[in-house]
Ligand binder design. Sequence first.
Ligand code: HEM
Length: 153
Amino acid sequence: MKVIKSAALAATLMLACAHGAQAGEQKTRPILGISSSALAAFGGAAGVHNWVESLFYYIMLDNRINWIFKEFGNVERQIMLNTQLEQLVLGGAVEYQGASMAAAHADLGITMAQFNAVVEAAYNACERNNISYYACNQLINALAPFTAVIVTR
Ligand code: HEM
């Protein structure tokens, strides 16, 4: 039951993401189900928050992408909103209060290589927080469909 709920939430987010696209251009993708233990595997809300803090630590160490966040981002706000979003896609009953993924990244001209650098930071954050590779992959999987609206160049 939880699996269906999580998938439905992610699908809703994808629709929200595609909302900004022109008619007929919607890029909603199916995603794999998230196991009901996924959020617990991250250590619950506090664990997700720690993971997001580590994610931004590794992002800001990476010269391929840190300049984008320095110039256009607001790390404190992004840590807060990513903590909500990641909990949500892992099946948590939280409200995401930020912009759609399409709107947030529309003007940034993000490339696939830059997106992949963030994915590397995400795996490093998992390792740093002792989150299993299996659990980490579940989160990466759930976020992967956003590539369609985040990578614009
Ligand atoms: C699946 C991958 C990603 C997720 C889940 C994600 C999530 C988010 C969230 C939640 C926000 C905050 C939206 C708001 O302020 O309302 C945001 C903003 C932002 N993201 Fe991402 N993001 C992803 C990939 C990337 C990549 C690859 C880059 C750059 C290499 C990037 C750069 C930024 C920047 C600079 C902002 C601030 C935009 C602004 O405040 O105008 N993001 N992202």
